[in-house]
Design a protein around this ligand. Structure first.
Ligand SMILES: *[C@@H]1O[C@H](CO)[C@@H](O)[C@H](O)[C@H]1NC(C)=O
Ligand SMILES: *[C@@H]1O[C@H](CO)[C@@H](O)[C@H](O)[C@H]1NC(C)=O
Ligand SMILES: *[C@@H]1O[C@H](CO)[C@@H](O)[C@H](O)[C@H]1NC(C)=O
Ligand SMILES: *[C@@H]1O[C@H](CO)[C@@H](O)[C@H](O)[C@H]1NC(C)=O
Ligand SMILES: *[C@@H]1O[C@H](CO)[C@@H](O)[C@H](O)[C@H]1NC(C)=O
Ligand SMILES: *[C@@H]1O[C@H](CO)[C@@H](O)[C@H](O)[C@H]1NC(C)=O
Length: 433
């Protein structure tokens, strides 16, 4: 009781209570949740380590945050850090922040007007004082992922996670508090309808809906080390055969396994694998998860007065897809999306090439869901190594290919003459994994 009172008092007098950070992160500048990792890592390892704690490499959206991060580190032994930014060309519009917030157009701090001629996909920031006027400027370099890293290419880094709201539901603690929501694991199996009903809290349907790749990764982290393999998510098929979220939120993110051709009307998520969703019969029994928005009490004067700020965040500018409308010869194609032979589902024998990319922390999953061609398709990694070639078999059962990092070039070469006209081309769905 005393504790409850103290807690209440704390909420009433604390001016900045309305934002807190996930475990391991500290609140910087009253709005950024950061975790400094002193052990140098290659860029790829750094991105994976941040994903493992439900964050990304640090993102910087304005000069105040840039300065705050330099100040945070300038007295330490850290000289340079990785930033959560991937650049696929020589201009800032070809760079994308790892947390899905688009390109650094409104604010960037690259050293020159163009990205340095020392072209590279990874970006770092010098923070040591002796860098002088270059302190806090951004530079892009080769990532050297998978190549023996040089001294320069293993760097310390900062992970960043979205801040969240402290849960007010005392004495019930919110074990899994992320981005303004409380996630409750339900470790018993039920049919969809019972799972749905069990998650209704105060008339609000709370069987989980999922709206970003970061949220997928958060849920996977919650189930890491448990025996749970599949959970119901709160989606069902409507009368047009399309999925919708039972909590009424917008279907703005789709992670259905492209090679799942099941006909069930409910979805389960594979929480130990990539987190993809597949269709199941709603009478089957699975564990499930509820997701409740954390309410900010009206008695307090929070910095963020409206819990809806988290909805805005979810609707934040999504990265643009830069591709050719012919769906052939794309210079930059940001996953998710799809590629196909020219004119698909009709077929025109045309050579095509695509540069496929994903945000910094993700691999590319290329899911060939249709293959009826005698053409040759080749996948190259960032160094031009052939990492998969398909030819000579006309009718392939659907198959996936995964890239080692977040970039790949795909080429399709039609067979010079398909006399019989039997060639129907191919189609593939691209997902960030
Ligand atoms: C972080 O990366 C390092 C490599 O630098 C690796 O050895 C370590 O296991 C990673 N830590 C986590 C928590 O993933
Ligand atoms: C990405 O991080 C920035 C802070 O640098 C934040 O303002 C933005 O809302 C985040 N975007 C998403 C989609 O989480
Ligand atoms: C970026 O510019 C450099 C030097 O001008 C050039 O060598 C490189 O090919 C360019 N990279 C891209 C992706 O355009
Ligand atoms: C920046 O890039 C553009 C386009 O490639 C080029 O015309 C311009 O000269 C470059 N500017 C500098 C300062 O390198
Ligand atoms: C997972 O299952 C095994 C065998 O059934 C059991 O020994 C173990 O305690 C379970 N682990 C968890 C985290 O539930
Ligand atoms: C794609 O580019 C190749 C090589 O530049 C060209 O031969 C082909 O006709 C192009 N395809 C289309 C559909 O524009």
């Amino acid at each position: 009781m005393l504790r409850a009172l103290l807690l209440l008092l704390f909420f009433l007098i604390s001016p900045s209570f309305s934002l807190v950070c996930p475990p391991e992160y500290i609140l910087v500048n009253e709005q950024k949740c950061l975790k400094i990792v002193w052990t140098p890592a290659t860029h790829w390892e750094a991105t994976q380590n941040c994903t493992a704690v439900s964050g990304t490499l640090v993102t910087i959206k304005n000069a105040i945050d840039n300065r705050a991060i330099v100040n945070l580190l300038s007295g330490t032994e850290i000289q340079e850090i990785w930033l959560g930014l991937s650049c696929f060309g020589n201009t800032s519009s070809t760079c994308f922040w790892d947390n899905g917030s688009g390109s650094p157009i409104l604010y960037n701090n690259f050293m020159g007007p163009n990205i340095t001629s020392l072209y590279g996909r990874c970006v770092y920031m010098p923070v040591a004082n002796w860098y002088g006027s270059n302190q806090g400027k951004w530079r892009n370099i080769e990532c050297f992922n998978g190549i023996t890293p040089s001294v320069l290419t293993v760097l310390p880094y900062i992970c960043e996670a979205p801040p969240t709201t402290p849960s007010q539901m005392f004495p019930y603690s919110c074990m899994n508090n992320y981005n303004g929501y409380c996630y409750y694991t339900q470790n018993y199996r039920q049919t969809y309808n019972i799972a749905f009903t069990s998650c209704v809290m105060g008339a609000v349907p709370n069987l989980i809906s999922i709206h970003s790749k970061m949220e997928i990764d958060y849920i996977r982290n919650v189930y890491k080390g448990t025996n749970t393999t599949m959970i119901y998510i709160g989606a069902q098929v409507d009368s047009n055969g399309r999925f919708y979220w039972a909590d009424g939120s917008v279907w703005d993110f789709d992670y259905i396994d492209p090679l799942d051709f099941g006909e069930g009307k409910c979805l389960v998520m594979d929480v130990q694998g990539f987190g993809l969703w597949s269709r199941v019969d709603c009478d089957q029994q699975f564990e499930f998860m509820c997701k409740q928005k954390i309410m900010v009490p009206p008695t307090s004067a929070p910095v963020v007065s409206d819990a809806n700020v988290f909805d805005e965040k979810e609707n934040a500018e999504h990265p643009k897809q830069l591709y050719d409308a012919s769906n052939c010869n794309s210079t930059l194609y940001l996953a998710p999306g799809s590629i196909s032979s020219f004119g698909y589902p009709a077929y025109t024998a045309s050579y095509c090439t695509w540069q496929l990319v994903a945000l910094g922390p993700y691999r590319l999953g290329i899911y060939f869901d249709f293959w009826a061609t005698y053409g040759t398709l080749t996948i190259y990694d960032e160094y031009g190594n052939n990492i998969g070639q398909f030819m000579g078999t006309y009718d392939r059962t659907p198959f996936p290919r995964y890239t080692p990092f977040n970039i790949a070039t795909v080429t399709f070469e039609p067979m010079p003459k398909t006399g019989s006209g039997v060639d129907k081309g191919f189609h593939a769905v691209i997902l960030p994994l």
